[in-house]
Design a protein around this ligand. Structure first.
Ligand code: NDP
Length: 446
C-alpha cells in the first residue's frame, strides 16, 4: 500500500512543483483514501483521486488600483475552481500577503471534502489575493475590492461559483465586492455569501464557523462520555472564527484562557468572559487594533509576544488562526499537559506530524474539513434562502447548523471507526470522498 501511495504522491508532486501546502493537503487525504479505493472495486482503476487533485480551472489575474497617496498598486487575484461534481463551486476568498497558488489550491482541495460532508450540493473552490487589507483605509479596501471584482465577475454567478469570506475578507469586503458585482451585472442575486442580513445575508452566518467548531467538539466529547462544561479551552486567532468559537465555549460553561493574533497571544487566568470578549470584538473588528491591547485593560492577563498559545495547560485546544500554526512539538506539549480534545477552526492548522501524534495518542482530534464546515454549511443555507427569497429565523438556522454538524460527526463515525478509537481524519476524508467520487463516476470522464 505504501508503494502505491508514494507513487501517486510522486506523480502529483512532479506536476505541482513548489506547492508545499497543496502537497501537504493531498498527502493527508491520500494516506487514508487510497487504501479505501484499493479495497473498493467501483473506485479502483478509475484514476479518481488523480482527477480530484487536478483543478477544473485555475484563474489568475492582475488587480491594479490606486491608493490614498495616488500611487498605482498591483496585486494578483486568483480563483481556483476545483471540483463541480456535486454542485457549483463554493469557497471563500482570502486577502493576505502570503496568498499564492499553493495555499489556494490546498484550500480549494480541502473544500471539496468539506462541502461534501455538509450534505449540501456544493462543489469546491477558493480564491483571493496577496492584497493586505491591514493598515489600509476603507476607501483603499473599497477600490481594491472593486478592481478585483471587475475581473472576477465574469467567472462567477449564483449557479456557477459562489465565493464567501475567509482571512482578511469579512463583512466590509463582502459588501464592496457584492456592490461592484451588482453594478456590473445589473442583477441582485445570491452570488456571494456572508452578505449583510438586510441585503440577502443569513442570520448566524458570521457565527457559524466558530459555533460549528464547538458543536463538533461537543459531539466528540459526548461520544466519549465527556462534556465541555467547566473545561479549560485555549484558542488561537482573534478573528471571525476564534471570536465565535470563544463565545459558544463561554455560553456552554467552559473557561476560555487564550486568544491570539499574528503578534502573539494573551492569557487570562480568570478566563475571558462575554464582557471581555465584546471588548476584543470591538478591538479587532471596529478599531482594527492588536490583541496585545487586552492586557492594558485587563491587568491580570499576560501578553506573550510572537508566541502561540499551545504551551498553556488546557483540556481542549481550538486552533482558529491559520495553516501550520501547530507543529509536532506543540502537539507533544499539549498531550503532555493533559489536553484530550482538539477541534480545528482554521484550515490545516496542524502539521501532518502533529496530526499523527494526536491520532497515535488517541486524542479526540477533528480535522478542519469536518469541524469548521459549519461556515460553508450556513453559506449553503444562505444560498437556499436567496433562492426562496425568504429568511429563516436565528433559531431555525442554528438548529439546522447543529443538525449538520451532528450528521458530519456521524459520517466520521461511519468511516473512521477503529478498535477503541474513532479516527476522524480517516472518517472525514473517506466520507467526503465517497459522495464526490460517486458523482464523478456517474458523470463520465470530463
Ligand atoms: P480573520 O481574518 O477574521 O482572522 C484571522 C485570525 O488569524 C486573526 O487573528 C489573524 O491575526 C490570525 N492570523 C492570520 N494569519 C496568521 C499567521 N500567519 N500567524 C498567526 N496568526 C495569523 O479570518 P477567519 O477567522 O475567517 O479565518 C481563520 C481561519 O479559519 C482560516 O484558516 C480560515 O481559512 C478558516 N476558516 C474560516 C471560515 C470562515 O467562515 N470565516 C470558514 C472555515 C474556515 P492578525 O489579525 O494579526 O492577522
Amino acid at each position: 500500500m505504501e508503494k502505491i501511495i508514494k507513487k501517486f504522491l510522486n506523480e502529483v508532486n512532479n506536476r505541482n512543483q513548489n506547492e508545499p501546502e497543496f502537497m501537504q493537503a493531498v498527502s493527508e487525504v491520500a494516506e487514508t483514501v487510497i487504501p479505501y479505493i484499493v479495497n473498493n472495486d467501483i473506485y479502483y482503476g478509475q484514476n479518481i483521486l488523480m482527477r480530484m487533485v487536478e483543478p477544473e480551472r485555475v484563474l489568475s489575474f492582475r488587480v491594479a488600483w490606486i491608493d490614498d497617496q495616488e500611487e498605482i498598486q498591483v496585486n494578483r487575484g486568483y480563483r481556483i475552481e476545483m471540483n463541480s461534481a456535486i454542485g457549483p463551486y463554493k469557497g471563500g476568498l482570502r486577502f493576505h500577503p502570503s496568498v499564492n497558488l499553493s495555499i489556494l489550491k490546498f484550500l480549494a482541495f480541502e473544500q471539496i471534502f468539506k462541502n461534501s460532508l455538509t450534505t449540501l450540493p456544493m462543489g469546491g473552490g477558493k480564491g483571493g489575493s496577496d492584497f493586505n487589507p491591514k493598515g489600509r483605509s476603507d476607501t483603499e479596501v473599497m477600490r481594491f475590492c472593486q478592481s478585483f471584482m471587475t475581473e472576477l465577475f465574469r467567472h462567477i454567478g449564483p449557479n456557477r461559483d459562489i465565493p464567501a469570506g475567509d482571512i482578511g475578507v469579512g463583512s466590509r469586503e463582502i459588501g464592496y465586492l457584492f456592490g461592484q458585482y451588482k453594478r456590473l451585472k445589473n442583477e441582485f442575486t445570491g452570488v456571494l455569501t456572508g452578505k449583510g442580513v438586510s441585503w440577502g445575508g443569513s442570520l448566524i452566518r458570521p457565527e457559524a464557523t466558530g459555533y460549528g467548531v464547538v458543536y463538533f467538539a461537543n459531539q466528540m466529547l459526548k461520544n466519549a462520555s465527556k462534556s465541555i462544561k467547566n473545561k479549560s479551552v485555549i484558542i488561537s486567532g482573534s478573528g471571525n472564527v476564534a471570536q465565535y468559537a470563544a463565545e459558544k465555549c463561554i455560553n456552554l460553561g467552559a473557561k476560555v484562557l487564550t486568544l491570539s493574533d499574528s503578534s502573539g497571544f494573551i492569557f487570562d487566568p480568570d478566563g475571558i468572559n462575554i464582557e471581555k470578549l465584546h471588548y476584543i470584538m470591538e478591538l479587532k473588528n471596529i478599531k482594527r487594533l492588536r490583541i496585545s491591547e487586552y492586557v492594558k485593560k485587563f491587568s491580570k492577563a499576560t501578553f506573550y509576544k510572537n508566541k502561540t498559545p499551545w504551551s498553556m495547560k488546557c483540556d481542549i485546544a481550538l486552533p482558529c488562526a491559520t495553516q501550520n500554526e501547530l507543529n509536532e512539538i506543540d502537539a507533544k506539549v499539549l498531550i503532555k499537559n493533559g489536553c484530550f480534545c482538539v477541534s480545528e477552526g482554521a484550515n490545516m492548522p496542524s502539521t501532518n506530524n502533529a496530526i499523527n501524534l494526536f491520532v497515535k495518542n488517541k486524542i479526540l482530534y477533528a480535522p478542519g474539513k469536518a469541524s469548521n464546515a459549519g461556515g460553508v454549511a450556513v453559506s449553503g443555507l444562505e444560498m437556499a434562502q436567496n433562492s426562496l427569497r425568504y429568511n429563516w429565523s436565528r433559531e431555525e438556522v442554528d438548529e439546522r447548523l447543529q443538525s449538520i454538524m451532528k450528521s458530519i460527526h456521524e459520517s466520521c463515525l461511519e468511516y473512521g471507526k477503529e478498535k477503541n478509537y474513532t479516527n476522524y481524519v480517516k472518517g472525514a476524508n473517506i466520507a467526503g470522498f465517497v459522495k464526490v467520487a460517486d458523482a464523478m463516476l456517474a458523470q463520465g470522464v470530463v
